[in-house]
Design a protein around this ligand. Structure first.
Ligand code: M6R
Length: 339
């Protein structure tokens, strides 16, 4: 229905404040006073790691959708640090341009049905690229054919001239560029918690203690680092579906024991965040009930250097989200000169 407007195009141009709000709603992490604290883009969550490791991002589309990607390209390039190339779908197909396994190909289409874009999607898939869809039509061929994607949620666009989809496409791509690093996202999820447990053992017993100290010290959230062997001697009583628990289970001589800890915590429906070696997530928790912090494998004795960094970032982001002073925590001094 056109309502008070003479044409759909005019109506859809005027709808843009609402369509843009709808596009952004649900993709943002809300903080206090309705202020946005970060970006989620939940439809991409299982593929974010692959996207971040891409050698190149290709935006592929036609007409207005291509222009939207072109408008947002500079911010993607600047913030992701990944080279971005632009492809008009038909031209890519005419040239049979090179696409590689290490590429992320992002298909932008209002309808999700444009033949050239769809054919380019099949081409990119056959070349092994990760394929991401940005469409305005749930269940469209491009939405179904891509590995993951984002729904524009701009509302139905009836006028042939694409207007509100263009602005929503730009907004979504900018959000993609601004997408939070993993630890910021995790901190956003944990910011309102009262307490956090961190289980480590062996080389990473100290990592658990140090993570808990950092979280307490700056974010003013209660946290406890625990040697995992002590779990059954008391801490297990705390475990329920709500208390967040980090288990450090990177590959070293303690891995089997930490896997058993994870099983026991899962049996009590523990809310687990498992720190594991890159590529181990599936095998550590095949039922997908855990969140993961994946880190690269190094020599066992050096692993604590790697493992603490994301946990330091977690403490940092928690503090910012909770609104506390990061550099001068309450009651603390850099140098304690009194006893
Ligand atoms: O549905 P799509 O976004 O894939 O359509 C691509 C183009 O056909 C489309 O944007 C076209 O350029 C517009 N109708 C122009 O206003």
């Amino acid at each position: 229905r056109k309502g008070n407007f003479e044409h759909f195009m005019e109506k859809e141009i005027h709808e843009q404040p609402d369509s843009l709000t709808m596009t952004m709603r649900g993709q943002l992490i809300r903080g206090g006073e309705q202020k946005a604290k970060g970006i989620l883009l939940g439809g991409l969550k299982d593929h974010l790691k692959t996207m971040r490791r891409s050698r190149r991002i290709l935006f592929i589309g036609c007409g207005t959708s291509y222009h939207a990607a072109l408008a947002a390209r500079p911010v993607v390039e600047e913030l992701s640090g990944i080279p971005v190339t632009m492809e008009i779908a038909s031209d890519l197909l005419d040239r049979q341009g090179p696409i590689y396994r290490e590429d992320t190909a992002i298909f932008v289409s209002q309808s999700g049905e444009t033949a050239d874009t769809l054919q380019a999607l099949e081409y990119a898939k056959s070349n092994g690229a990760l394929c991401v869809g940005i469409t305005n039509t749930v269940g469209s061929a491009i939405a179904r054919g891509t590995h993951c994607g984002i729904h524009l949620n701009a509302g139905c666009e009836i006028g042939v001239a694409s207007t509100k989809a263009y602005t929503s496409q730009i907004a979504v791509i900018v959000m993609l560029a601004l997408l939070d690093k993993d630890m910021k996202e995790l901190a956003a999820l944990l910011m309102d918690e009262q307490s956090l447990l961190v289980f480590g053992r062996g080389y990473n017993y100290a990592t658990a203690l140090e993570c808990a100290l950092k979280v307490k010290e700056v974010s003013l959230m209660h946290a406890e680092g625990i040697v995992a062997g002590e779990m059954k001697h008391g801490p297990l009583a705390l475990v329920d579906e709500t208390l967040p628990i980090i288990v450090i289970a990177t590959r070293d001589a303690s891995l089997n024991k930490q896997q058993s800890v994870i099983q026991q915590l899962k049996a009590r429906k523990g809310r687990l965040i498992v720190m594991c070696t890159e590529g181990d997530a599936e095998f550590m928790c095949p039922d997908g009930t855990c969140r993961f912090i994946e880190v690269p494998k190094v020599q066992d004795c050096l692993q604590p250097i790697i493992n603490i960094v994301p946990l330091q970032l977690l403490a940092y982001h928690l503090t910012v989200f909770r609104g506390f002073n990061v550099d001068q925590p309450r009651n603390l001094a850099k140098c304690v000169t009194t006893q």
